[in-house]
Design a protein around this ligand. Structure first.
Ligand code: A3P
Length: 299
């Protein structure tokens, strides 16, 4: 969540050092188990700081997701929907409210969100994605992350087979992936008016429909005749990928330089078939069915 100082006090380092630890994906730091989820320490420091200090407001809107499930797209859509009609004009004059839309984004599992997020009863949108595509997207992204400036580091990174085995054991950033989904799914059943649960694949198949639903959920529905196509186009994979800031921009995360283009790889459903065998695909599907079919989940 935003508003978190990057300087994490020593107490969090000590708290993390007491937690159960497993080797992470080769080339990355170890994973630490906190409230039944695996975290890389840099994420966890922020989460603990947020736990102790983040104060949510009832008007806040949280965009929640596991890594590589379409977070940047959901952020773009949500911002574009919420600020339509009152964004800064091309002449650079200040916006009359767009920048004050209280949108936050988090990869935290539901049960690890700061207590005030739940207590404040603010709205949450959760996006999930087919685990096979999520895994492939994650592997390519983290490989780039590990490479940073130095491409030779790539050789030390987990092979796709190694990463896959760990992912299937739940050992991935904010994993187990299925538990992440389950937490929000169960919460969305308990609090449907406050938690909107969406699927990357549905969003891709009928973006206009979900843009309408998101706008209604945010409390700023489209009026009859107001067109949604502009929002859909503005946030399409090609539009976002081709923005200059995403083509040539970079940012630094935990001492490594990440090119913004890493967030816009292919943006399709089913790319896993180019990287995983049928057998591997089946293995994840079976795990997901076992873990998620129980509580009435439609897979
Ligand atoms: P791929 O790696 O499969 O291409 P996140 O934002 O959570 O990190 O997720 C990244 C994934 O979302 C990437 O998947 C990326 O290409 C895809 N993505 C980003 N913008 C998108 C868009 N506008 N439409 C569809 N997919 C998008």
């Amino acid at each position: 969540a935003s508003g978190i100082s990057p300087e994490s006090p020593q107490k969090y380092v000590e708290e993390i050092s007491q937690l159960p630890k497993e080797k992470g994906w080769r080339g990355l730091q170890g994973l630490f188990l906190y409230k039944n989820f695996w975290f890389y320490p840099a994420f966890l420091k922020g989460a603990l700081h947020a736990r102790d200090h983040f104060q949510a407001q009832p008007t806040d809107i949280f965009l929640c997701s596991s890594m590589k499930t379409g977070t940047a797209w959901l952020k773009a859509l949500s911002f574009t929907i919420a600020t339509r009609g009152h964004r800064p004009s091309d002449d650079g004059l200040p916006s009359n409210g767009g920048s004050e839309i209280p949108l936050f984004a988090s990869h935290l599992p539901y049960t690890c969100l700061p207590k005030s997020v739940i207590d404040s009863d603010c709205k949450i949108v959760y996006i999930r994605r087919d685990p096979k595509d999520t895994f492939v997207s994650m592997w390519f992204f983290l490989r780039k992350f590990v490479a940073g400036k130095n491409s030779t580091d790539v050789e030390s990174f987990a092979s796709i087979d190694e990463g896959f085995e760990l992912f299937c054991k739940g050992l991935s950033s904010h994993g187990p992936y299925w538990e992440h989904i389950l937490g929000y799914w169960e919460a969305s059943i308990r609090r449907p008016e406050k938690i909107l649960f969406l699927k990357y694949e549905d969003l891709l198949e009928d973006t206009q429909l979900w843009v309408k639903k998101l706008a209604e959920f945010f409390g700023c529905p489209f009026s009859a005749g107001e067109e949604r196509e502009g929002v859909v186009k503005e946030c399409s994979f090609e539009s976002l990928r081709d923005l200059e800031v995403n083509k040539s921009g970079k940012h630094e995360k935990r001492g490594r330089v990440i090119e913004n283009s890493a967030y816009f790889r292919k943006g399709v459903v089913g790319d896993w078939r180019n990287h995983l065998s049928d057998e591997m695909g089946k293995k994840i599907d079976v795990i997901m069915e076992e873990k998620l079919m129980g509580p009435g989940f439609t897979f």
